[in-house]
Design a protein around this ligand. Structure first.
Ligand code: AHR
Length: 506
């Protein structure tokens, strides 16, 4: 890996500038009190969909693929390095057709059920409640269960929560013990509804709000935050209605937003082989999430000015046309340098709104949409998105600092340079910078900092759609970065075109 990283570093330095150098400047307010970046902003989402779980995470104890109690060892070890703060499961749309009792008890006797939303795949239910909570424990992650509101009643979810969390001797607690788990599990979040305006029942906000009150009444318990199924994109009305009519019965509210290069669900755009126009559109549509967060925050602030209730961006990421030759219902797509920079762009947005964005879950963890990891049988590869998550780890739980940036636009309405900064628990300042200009390097002059040690890493590659493959896993991987220095009390950072740089200043 070290050799591959060095190769990537040399490659980065060798990237030719087609035109001039972009010059930008910024100031970091290190004296500011700042806002804590909830670690949960780096959460993930794993749905029973295609090979997102079966094959991607779970192979079963008898598999020839090396595993830990049935979970792929390679995937578990890679995810452990990310310190995944929270995992959302079992859907997604799948949550609203999921019946938890189908997936408990001896694995040999579990029913085979139909996944109506994702290609009518026959699900063998080998990965169920016990397997999910065991997996979360292996990763040290919090748990976020999206319960079935669309096609089941509250009693089913009440029973599920009792099965998971009751420490006494109720029949359901005894059932959990009979199924191999003595102690109750910690259930951190319960999602009441997923996309209730769509696959959850095609409801209007006015129809769903009373359901949230009802479900919230029965599902609330100490130690578990309830997340009301929220809006898509810029549907601020949805957030307003839920806040106005049901906010006493939930803790947080979700938001789903996907980046489609074209903005057209019929033809979303290709994951690879795209042109510069598609690159630009992808970043513009990603940056649009910031306007949406501001809009939902405003709708929430009317009722919750102290920002006690969080906006959880429970599904986000790129969504492209499926990889040719794959089952379109399994949402398989390639992952490139563009995806890593999209992830970084989203992280920077979440940091800027950390007072309201209390969590987020990328869609999805393995093999589905903007995944961290791809698998094919016994093979496994880490995607550029994985590396973006790895580089941003110091921001988990750090304190976001205000940053002012003056940058030219790379395209109309799309700044070339984006910067985020935070103070870590160790007192160090962490700075992440993206240059989304795919042609031109940039020089960024940062003031407000005290000169000291600099440690840096860079993620970049030769082409916009560079990616890692099973045969060549080291094409887009972090490399040591030596392009930052102190000059006249300022931090001067020289960024190659299309790059992400993360610095730690001591
Ligand atoms: O992440 C894939 C799907 O996208 C989810 O199941 C659904 O909630 C959303 O539409």
């Amino acid at each position: 890996m070290a050799i591959r990283m060095m190769a990537a570093a040399l490659l980065a330095l060798a990237t030719p500038a087609l035109a001039g150098t972009v010059t930008a400047s910024g100031t970091i307010d290190t004296a500011a009190k700042g806002v804590r970046i909830a670690p949960e902003i780096y959460g993930q989402f794993a749905e029973q969909l295609g090979s997102g779980i079966t094959g991607g995470i779970w192979v079963g104890e008898d598999s020839s693929i090396p595993n830990i109690r049935g979970y792929r060892r390679d995937v578990v070890e890679a995810l452990q390095k990310l310190h995944v703060p929270v995992i959302r499961w079992p859907g997604g749309c799948y949550a609203d057709i999921y019946h938890w009792r189908d997936a408990i008890g001896p694995r040999g006797s579990r029913p085979v059920t139909l996944n109506k939303w994702w290609g009518n795949k026959e699900e063998d239910n080998q990965f169920g409640t016990n397997e999910f909570f065991d997996f979360a424990e292996l990763l040290g992650s919090k748990t976020y269960l999206n319960v079935n509101v669309g096609s089941a009643g509250p009693a089913e979810s009440m029973d599920w929560i009792e099965y998971i969390t009751h420490g006494g001797n109720s029949t359901l607690a005894k059932l959990r013990r009979a199924n191999g788990r003595d102690k109750p599990w910690k259930l951190d979040y319960v999602g009441i509804g997923n996309e209730m305006w769509g696959c959850g029942g095609n409801l209007r906000a006015e129809e769903f709000a009373p359901m949230v009150r009802r479900w919230g009444t029965f599902l609330k318990q100490d130690g578990t935050r309830l997340i009301a199924g929220g809006a898509t994109g810029s549907d601020y009305h949805w957030t307003d209605v839920l806040m106005s009519e049901s906010r006493a019965r939930f803790d947080d509210i979700s938001l789903h937003y996907y980046t489609l290069p074209t903005g057209d669900w019929g033809k979303k755009g290709s994951a690879i082989g795209f042109d510069e126009a598609a690159w630009t559109a992808t970043f513009k549509r990603t940056r649009a999430l910031e306007t949406m967060i501001v809009g939902h925050d405003a709708a929430m602030t009317k009722y919750d000015p102290e920002k006690k209730q969080g906006l959880i961006v429970a599904e986000w990421g790129t969504w492209y046309d499926p990889t040719p030759g794959t089952n379109a219902a399994y949402l398989v797509q390639e992952n490139t340098l563009r995806d890593a920079l999209v992830a970084a762009t989203n992280f920077n947005i979440f940091h800027r709104h950390a007072d309201r964005v209390h969590g987020a879950n990328i869609a999805q963890m393995v093999n589905v949409l903007q995944a961290m990891i791809h698998t094919d049988g016994a093979r496994m590869v880490l995607t550029p998105t994985y590396w973006a998550f790895l580089l941003y780890q110091p921001f988990q739980g750090a304190t976001a600092l205000p940053v002012g940036v003056t940058t030219p636009d790379y395209a109309e309405g799309l700044p070339a340079i984006d910067v985020t900064a935070a103070r870590g628990a160790d007192g160090k300042i962490h700075v992440a910078i993206t240059n989304v200009d795919p042609n031109n390097p940039a020089t960024l002059n940062l003031s407000g900092l005290k000169p000291g040690t600099i440690a840096g890493q860079i993620l970049t590659a030769k082409t916009m759609d560079a990616r890692n493959s099973y045969a060549a896993p080291g094409i887009v991987v972090p490399a040591a970065f030596a392009g930052a220095s102190w000059q006249g009390g300022k931090l001067v950072v020289k960024l190659p075109a299309k790059s992400l740089v993360v610095l730690t200043l001591g």
